[in-house]
Design a protein around this ligand. Structure first.
Ligand code: GLA
Length: 730
C-alpha cells in the first residue's frame, strides 16, 4: 500500500520505494501540517517534528496564533492571516478581502491517478500508483481546495496538483495558485537550478542556499531558455552517488515560479507553480481552477537517484503515443544544409544520399510555405510554396517514400509574420495592445492562441497540409517569447488569464493533432530548447534540445538536460563544421558520439561530405541501431563532466537487465598525461562478468565499478570513443 491514514494520529503516510511523506492534521481546527519527507521510514507517528509544543496550537493559546501560523510547517499555505512566508493560494472576494487559510475537511485514497483536464500530467493505473485527495476548506469563505498527491509504487516520485473550487456563493479572483509547497529545516543545502540562453540551454548551477528568497522563474510565456521549471535542494556534501536530494519539476510550459525561502532560524519553504506575477483568474461560483502538476523526487543516494526517478517516471508515465517505447527514426534535417534556399530537386538530392547511407527519414524544415524565402515573412500561411516545391508535398513525399525514406515537416503554428496573408486578413489574431506598436521578434508576432477561432483557423490549414501528403513526423517550433499580452476576447478584468489560456490553447492544439494523426511522431522545439519541459513531453516524446549543434557545447547542454530529462527525449544531430553557432570544428566521428545518446540524426548537406565522412554514416547508424536502445531505455550515469574537469566527458548507460553498458567518452581538451585517466563505472551487476570492447578484458561488474576503468589515451582535442561492455557467460 503506497498511501495510508492513521486515524489515531491523524497522519497520512505516502510511501514510494525509498521515500516517505507524512502529512498531519493538527489541532481541533484541522490545520494541515507537513510532518516529514525523506528516506523511507516505517513510522507514521512523527508529529513531534511539527514542534507543536514549542509554540502551542491556537486552541490552547490563541494569543499567539500569528506565530503559530508563521512557523507551522504547512502543506499548502494560504494568505493574509499570519503565515507571512510565501503563500501558495491567494484569492480576492468582491468586497476586496484578500485572506484565506486552509483546514482539513475530508479525504479520499484511491488507486491510480486522475487526469488533469486540459493539462499535461503524469499518468498511472492502480498497479502503478495511489492517490490521496485531501479536501481542504477555508471555513470563512466557504472555499474548497483539493490537494492531490500521487505516490508511485516503483519510482521515488510524488506528483502533486491543486484544484480550487468556488463553493463560496460569490465570484472570486485567484491571484496566486501554486502547485506544491515543501516546508522543512535547512540541512546544509545547496540549490541546483538549470539556467542558460539561446544556444546554451540548461547549464547546471549549484550554489549555497542563502537567507531570503531565491529560485527560478519565467515571465516569457514559455518555460524558456533562461530558466528551467526545476529546482533541487541537495546536501552540500551530496555527489552523484551520495547525499539527500529534494527536487521539484513543473509539468507546465508557460510562466512559472520555483522558489526557496530560508527564513527565521533556517527553516525552508520550497514552492513551485504558475508565476503569480501577471496571473489572475476569475472564478465564478461553481467553477473550479486546476493548477498544473509538480513532480517531487526525493533521493537519499545523490543526484543519480534523482535523475533515475525522473527518467523512469517520464519515460513510463508521462510520454505517450506510438513512439513511447519505440526506437526513433534516424533522420536528416535540411535546416543547416540549405536554410531557406532549396527546391524539390535539392531536397531529393539530399534524400538520395540519405537513403543510400541508410538514414530513415528526411525532415523538411522552415521555408516550404507561403512566400517564405527568409525569416521575414509568411508565418501563418500554411500552404505549400509551389514555386519551390511544384506538385506540393505530395510529389516530394512520394518521391522520398519511393527511395525508402519517411517524411517529416517543420511548422510554427503559434506565430504570424506581419508580412503574411493571415496577418493582412486577420491582424486582430496577433497579440497586441490597442494603440501600441506590437514588439516584433525575428520579425514575427505571436498569435492569440487563447482564442478558439484563432486555433481553429490555424489548425484547419495545418490539417489540410498534413492530409495532403504522407507526413509521419512534425517538428512544432515556437520562436519567440510573448509580449503585448492582451486579448480583445477577454474582459478588461480577465486579462490576467491570458498567459495561462495561451498555454492551454497550445496544449489543446497539440492534443487535437495527436488525435487526428495518431501515428505522428511529434517533436517540440522553441528556438532549440526554449520549451524543453515536462508539459511538452506529454505531447511529444522528444524535443529539439538546442539550436547549438556543436558537439562540444552539446556535451554541456545535454548533461544539464539529462539531469532531469531522459536521453530518449533529446533531439541530437551531427551537424556541419565549422559549427554554424560557434565556428568550432570537430571530427565527424566525435559529432556522432556526441549525438548518439539522443534521438539521432544529421543536420547538414549530405551531398557535401567527403567520402570518408560518408563512409562513417552507416557505421554511426549501426551504432544507433545497436546501442540506441541502451541509451533510450537504460539507466544513465554521468561519470565525468567536462564542465567540472575541463578535460573530458564520460557518460554511461546500462541496460535495465544489466547485460550491456555503453560508455560515451569525449576527450575535449587534451593535456599531457603521464598516466591515463581513471574512472569508476556504475550501474553494473557486481556479480556478472563483462567484456570490454576496447581492450577485450573481462572483469566482474564489481571490478569495473570499484577498481574502475582506464580511459584510452587519445592523441588530440575533440576525440572520442564508444566503449561497450557486454556481459559474458562465466
Ligand atoms: C528554430 C529551430 C531551428 C530551425 C529554425 C527554422 O530556430 O530551433 O531548428 O527549425 O527555427 O526557422
Amino acid at each position: 500500500m503506497a498511501i495510508s491514514y492513521n486515524e489515531q494520529e491523524r497522519v497520512f503516510k505516502l510511501d514510494t520505494p525509498h521515500s516517505t511523506y507524512l502529512i498531519g492534521i493538527v489541532d481541533t481546527e484541522g490545520f494541515l501540517g507537513h510532518v516529514y519527507y525523506g528516506r523511507r521510514i516505517p513510522d507514521d507517528n512523527m508529529t513531534y517534528l511539527l514542534r507543536l509544543g514549542e509554540s502551542r496550537v491556537p486552541s490552547i493559546k490563541n494569543r499567539e496564533r500569528l506565530s503559530f501560523y508563521d512557523a507551522l510547517p504547512t502543506e499548502y499555505p494560504g494568505h493574509g492571516i499570519g503565515d507571512l512566508r510565501q503563500s501558495c493560494l491567494s484569492v480576492e472576494t468582491p468586497e476586496g478581502y484578500r485572506a484565506c487559510g486552509l483546514t482539513y475537511r475530508d479525504h479520499k485514497i484511491y488507486g491510480g491517478k486522475p487526469k488533469l483536464e486540459g493539462l499535461p500530467a503524469t499518468y498511472g493505473g492502480e498497479e502503478d500508483c495511489e492517490t490521496l485527495e485531501l479536501i481542504a476548506q477555508d471555513r470563512t469563505l466557504g472555499l474548497t481546495v483539493r490537494l492531490y498527491y500521487t505516490a508511485f509504487k516503483k519510482i521515488d516520485a510524488i506528483c502533486r496538483s491543486v484544484r480550487v473550487e468556488n463553493t463560496t456563493g460569490k465570484p472570486l479572483r485567484l491571484d496566486c495558485v501554486l502547485s506544491a509547497c515543501l516546508d522543512m529545516d535547512n540541512q546544509d543545502f545547496d540549490l541546483i537550478t538549470l539556467h542558460g540562453n539561446w544556444a546554451l540551454e540548461r547549464m547546471i548551477s549549484r550554489k549555497r542556499l542563502g537567507w531570503g528568497k531565491q529560485g527560478v522563474s519565467s515571465l516569457r510565456g514559455i518555460s524558456s531558455h533562461q530558466e528551467q521549471p526545476f529546482m533541487a535542494l541537495v546536501e552540500s556534501t551530496a555527489t552523484q552517488t551520495q547525499g539527500q536530494v529534494y527536487a521539484m519539476n513543473f509539468v507546465y510550459s508557460g510562466n512559472f515560479l520555483g522558489q526557496v525561502e530560508m527564513h527565521q532560524q533556517g527553516q525552508l519553504r520550497m514552492v513551485m507553480g504558475i508565476n503569480p506575477v501577471d496571473f489572475s483568474w476569475k472564478l465564478v461560483e461553481g467553477e473550479s481552477f486546476q493548477a498544473p502538476e509538480v513532480v517531487m523526487v526525493y533521493s537519499s543516494c545523490g543526484l543519480d537517484g534523482m535523475t533515475h526517478a525522473f527518467h523512469d517516471l517520464y519515460r513510463n508515465h508521462l510520454v505517450r503515443g506510438p513512439y513511447k517505447d519505440k526506437p526513433r527514426p534516424s533522420l536528416v534535417n535540411n535546416w543547416e544544409a540549405t536554410y531557406f534556399d532549396f527546391n524539390t530537386e535539392k531536397i531529393l538530392e539530399i534524400g538520395r544520399e540519405a537513403a543510400a547511407a541508410g538514414i530513415e527519414m528526411l525532415v523538411l524544415d522552415d521555408g516550404w510555405f507561403g512566400k517564405r524565402n527568409s525569416d521575414s515573412s509568411s508565418l501563418g500561411d500554411w500552404f505549400v510554396n509551389e514555386e519551390k516545391l511544384p506538385g506540393g508535398l505530395k510529389r516530394l513525399t512520394d518521391e522520398l517514400n519511393k527511395m525508402g525514406l519517411r517524411f517529416g515537416l517543420w511548422i510554427e503554428p503559434e506565430m504570424v509574420s506581419p508580412d503574411s496573408e493571415l496577418y493582412r486578413a486577420h491582424p486582430d489574431y496577433a497579440l497586441q495592445i490597442p494603440g501600441r506598436e506590437p514588439t516584433q521578434s525575428r520579425e514575427q508576432l505571436v498569435l492569440d492562441i487563447s482564442r478558439k477561432e484563432v486555433r481553429d483557423h490555424v489548425y484547419g490549414m495545418l490539417h489540410a497540409v498534413l492530409s495532403s501528403a504522407h507526413v509521419e513526423y512534425i517538428k512544432w517550433d515556437m520562436n519567440r517569447a510573448l509580449a503585448d499580452v492582451y486579448s480583445p476576447a477577454l474582459a478588461p478584468d480577465a486579462q490576467g488569464e491570458l498567459y495561462h489560456r495561451y498555454v492551454l490553447g497550445v496544449y489543446e492544439m497539440q492534443e487535437r493533432l495527436l488525435t487526428d494523426f495518431p501515428d505522428l511522431l511529434l517533436e517540440n522545439c522553441s528556438s532549440g530548447g526554449g520549451r524543453f519541459d515536462p508539459g511538452m513531453l506529454y505531447y511529444s516524446p522528444q524535443i529539439w534540445t538546442s539550436d547549438n549543434t556543436d558537439a562540444i557545447d552539446r556535451l554541456k547542454i545535454q548533461e544539464g538536460t539529462a539531469l532531469v530529462y531522459p536521453l530518449s527525449t533529446m533531439g541530437a544531430h551531427v551537424a556541419a563544421c565549422p559549427s554554424h553557432t560557434n565556428y568550432r570544428s570537430t571530427p565527424f566521428e566525435t559529432r556522432g558520439h556526441a549525438a548518439l545518446p539522443g534521438c539521432f540524426g544529421y543536420e547538414l548537406d549530405l551531398t557535401q561530405l567527403t567520402p570518408q565522412e560518408k563512409a562513417m554514416i552507416p557505421v554511426q547508424l549501426e551504432e544507433y541501431r545497436k546501442y540506441g536502445p541502451v541509451f533510450r531505455t537504460g539507466d544513465y550515469y554521468r561519470l565525468a563532466s567536462f564542465s567540472e574537469n575541463h578535460e573530458y566527458d564520460v557518460l554511461m548507460a546500462v541496460s535495465k537487465d544489466k547485460t550491456i553498458a555503453v560508455i560515451d567518452y569525449v576527450q575535449v581538451m587534451t593535456r599531457y598525461r603521464l598516466k591515463s585517466a581513471h574512472i569508476r563505472l556504475a550501474g553494473l551487476d557486481e556479480n556478472r562478468y563483462y567484456r570490454c570492447s576496447e581492450t577485450g578484458e573481462v572483469h566482474s561488474g564489481a571490478g569495473w565499478m570499484f577498481g574502475g576503468m582506464l580511459l584510452p589515451k587519445l592523441k588530440g582535442d575533440f576525440l572520442s570513443r564508444l566503449i561497450v561492455l557486454e556481459a559474458v557467460e562465466e
